[in-house]
Write a protein that binds this ligand. Structure first.
Ligand SMILES: [Zn+2]
Length: 128
């Protein structure tokens, strides 16, 4: 695991999502996961293909963060959510909605934003 080009691959994914061409990796057994992958994390299959990410997903869990780590200091309060896109679940920050109005089951689209604190790129979800 240690020599996987994890950040580089994640940047590629962010670029693809920013261009509206998000994708995930699916193995021969239909397990979805996020790139970069050399093998399926669920069954170890190396027979992987890239599939287009659905345009929207549903919030499955979320957390309102009011006491952030320094990296997100000026972003607080914000909402971190896990969004179910069917084959894959993706963690990101919910934008464009009041933290207290976020609910599970809410349909959101995916995009790329920047943190207020350090202007680092991150995955963001916005209500559809
Ligand atoms: Zn698999």
């Amino acid at each position: 695991m240690s020599d996987e080009p994890r950040d580089e691959g994640f940047d590629d994914l962010l670029d693809a999502i920013a261009d509206g061409e998000g994708f995930y990796v699916e193995c021969a057994n239909g397990h979805g996961s996020l790139p970069p992958r050399l093998a399926c994390p669920q069954c170890g299959s190396q027979d992987l293909s890239e599939e287009p990410l659905p345009d929207s997903g549903e919030i499955s869990t979320y957390t309102v963060v009011t006491v952030p780590t320094p990296q997100f200091e000026e972003d607080a309060p914000y909402v971190t959510a896990v969004v179910d896109f069917g084959p894959v679940s993706i963690t990101g920050q919910v934008r464009g909605v009041d933290p207290e109005d976020v609910e599970t089951g809410q349909v959101v689209g995916i995009g790329v934003g920047e943190t207020v604190t350090r202007e680092e790129r991150l995955l963001v979800f916005e209500p559809r």
